[in-house]
Design a protein around this ligand. Sequence first.
Ligand code: PBG
Length: 331
Amino acid sequence: MTRAYPATRLRRTRTHGWSRAMHRETVLTPADLIWPLFVTSGKGVEDPVGALPGVSRWSVDLIAERAKEAVALGIPCIALFPNTPREKRSDDGAEAFNPDNLMCQAIRAIRDACGNDIGILTDVALDPYTSHGHDGLVDEGGYVLNDETVAVLVDQAMTQAEAGADIIAPSDMMDGRVKAIRMALEMGGHANVQIMAYAAKYASAFYGPFRDAVGSSGLLKGDKRTYQMDPGNADEAMAEIALDIAEGADSVMVKPGLAYLDLIWRAKQRFEVPVFAYQVSGEYALIEAGAAAGIADREALLMEKLIAFKRAGCSGVLTYHAPLVARLLNG
Ligand code: PBG
């Protein structure tokens, strides 16, 4: 600041709406949004997720409709998560690399409906497919095995790429999986399939409603603290991000969102890669609960939270509120 009051009155530019618009440093657009969608079996099925009011699981045919909706709203990418039928879940999560699983069916249906007008991001982790609800293979003591899991994640990622996924997003937090998946994609004819690594993913209390949505909450034995990060750690998040970039990630993610904005900022100062944030299920549910209780203005609160992600340096945000936000932005 080189001038003092009254030469500088910072309120001057705030006087009218046009001036506030003109001086706004950060803006949100529909292109900043990635819409996570839950897939379920059947046809013509919309199955509301109890823990996430306003969010449903959609059968494959209706998922394609949602993708068309996203295109019309200017949302560039959707993220898919399956609610695998109980009888297809197993200790080894083998349904994850069945080329006809719900994910692959959804990918093909969306591609048929939308061509390349939308990006399809697919989650790589075993939790929607395992009978124990963990993201990887477990030993007799319940410990999630790293290298054995990575081998399965590679099969899962390749299966999704074969079905037509554009962005592989490993959310499992195993060490070395980005490199293994990158190599397999390169060797397997999918050099242009991207990897968005869930690089700094915390063992968080904000994931509860998601586990309901994919049907893994009742199954999960113990917690995920031997692989997801400790909320007290930030240097370690930078190490995770640096490794994932070195292993071949095209972009990285911080998850959950608002409680971890410092990491987005730090990552942007330090690395030259796109950083995304996941405004997770618990964040969505709290906004909805606040609105339902009459203590929060849903739309104002949401816009303020989302602009915070962009201000911190995000290239985009995964949010279940994506269609609502896009509608608001499109006026
Ligand atoms: C699976 C996965 C989870 C989320 C995204 N991918 C859950 C978990 O790690 O337990 C959470 C997303 C959300 O809460 O919205 N590994």
